[in-house]
Design a protein around this ligand. Sequence first.
Ligand code: EPU
Length: 442
Amino acid sequence: MVNPAVSPPTLHDSVLSTLPAHSADSTIVTTGGTPLRGNLRIGGAKNAALPMMAAALLTDEPCVLENVPILEDIFVMVELLRSFGAEVEFQPERHRVRIHAREITGREAPAELVERMRASFLVSGPVLARRGELVASAPGGCKLGSRPVDVDVRGFRRMGAKVFVGDGYYEMRTPRLEGADIYMDYPSHTGTENLLMAATLARGTTTIVNAASEPEIFALGNLLTEMGARVSGVGTPHIKVQGVERLRGFHSSILPDRLEAGTFAIGAVVTGGEVVLERVNERDMLPLTYKLREAGAEVWTSESSMMVRAGKYLEPVEIQALPFPGFPTDLQAAFAVLLTQADGQSRIFERVFNDRLRYAEQLRKLGADVHVVSNQEARFNGPTRLRGADVHALDIRSGACLILAGLIAEGETRVHDIQHVRRGYEGIVEKFSALGATIKYA
Ligand code: EPU
């Protein structure tokens, strides 16, 4: 239970009033044909902000994060942290969040929050480490195929936690987590983050083998180090953590969103435009940069910006979505739009999720020649002339894919169910508009 004496204002009081008026709109309308041109400053990464916010539960000192994207998933995390007794002050206008978890007063993650986003499960590592008990529902989130949390649960068990798996929920308990040698069957992204955070306060040494190495995990490792954790190897498949008794607060900034940057980079290419993306990490963009160049786009990078320009024509390419540094699964749907314009047959192999090609049916409504060979393989024949139609976003990234397709389709495209897109892209309409696109909420 949250102690009413320290209970902060609800999400609705503090945040909803600052959201733009169109945040309730559920459709985006585009008219294709205008090349994207101009400069765009990339915002903070959602998938880094969420674990970093959860990490604030590891300490009784105040923590401040800057460059936090204003997204619905962030609001869910704000509420979740509050439900465990943390004071959370969210200042959307400054892209800043201040979290102070003096005590973990709650032990139960509210089902209605956990069901909304899989990253909610990220509080389990910190809460288990700090409070020693937790009840959490099986997490929800985008429907991309099976999304278990076995890796997390097996790791917690290895660290000495008793985990009871109920009907749709987990109950975990331990007097104190113990360091352990953990082998991850799959390099789960959030699984790695959860176990890494849990291990920082465990007694003794933990090793995590076959860890995921996405840039957001590397950023979390740096944050934990700033808090006083003794971690090494984060960003590689071999992580070592020497547990400590307590951690300090932090004041840190969220790294640039490589997925937002990637979406706009692809947008520049498919519309035949030229865009400079400011505030990107060159290294994080490499898997996309290579494939854009292979397809015939021109890309110049510096350490913190990149310029992307459409080439004379687009070559067909093969995409294999894999854990980092493989091609990001979160950009394969956006890249599919480019493949509809490439001259010849292209293929996408989705090797991370087992059901992330359902957007192909929506692309077909716009005229794409795409054939889904299996749940994890699609073939594209191009180039095809896309024509405006009514389509539906199925999840965050398929929504971005359909908006991109709408920006090159003849006539008007109405992308419905954009509540999915709002979970992952801050101000997507405003940003595309600033680059010259004809796009609006309806
Ligand atoms: N998996 C297992 N066992 C597990 C956990 C995962 O087999 O115990 C499998 C899943 O079935 C899935 C694959 O591993 O097929 C990938 O799952 P993972 O756990 O790595 O992904 P995630 O942590 O749920 C994060 C991002 C996703 C991103 C993936 C892959 C966050 C909050 N989410 O999800 O982001 O697609 O990693 O990089 O960081 C998005 O932003 O749109 C998004 C879906």
